[in-house]
Design a protein around this ligand. Sequence first.
Ligand code: NI
Length: 186
Amino acid sequence: MLRAAGPSPKSARMTKRSILIHPDPRLKTACDPVADVTDALRVLAEDMLETMYDAPGIGLAAPQVGVLSRMLVMDCVKDPEAKPRPMVLLNPQVIAASEDTSVYEEGCLSIPDQFADVERPAAVTVRWLGLDGEEHQEDFDGLWATCVQHEIDHLNGKLFIDYLGPMKRQMITRRMVKLKRDRARA
Ligand code: NI
């Protein structure tokens, strides 16, 4: 998801990766579960956080950098004075969702400069594997709930524009096709 989230914690070995732009078949693919926490995965997590903070964004899923694994990063701390909270979630699963919903104007780093209201459960409980190899569980609400659901959707090949009507979705997709064509020429 888009939007800045305060200062970015940096380390020297982080590398920015390029973000795929919709339409791309890799963004429509259901990703494979992560089997083990490997060094390659730790490097990918660092790179994804660097890429997300640099964009700037508040969430990024592995398929957006062309890796079809069930992994996402996020940090929805809004206050620039507050301490960042970079999170890495492997094999995340929504295990409970509130009946209450909330509407956020969402954006996506793979669909630059396009925003639309999306309604989702206002609160979710998510279980995931951490880089520490342990299982974690947490309740999310507010922007965190929206962001984690948006990113988990990516792992299932789903984009926020899939919640919109066909006209609006096609209009945004045409804009992205044009953007990619213009970038390829530049
Ligand atoms: Ni996104």
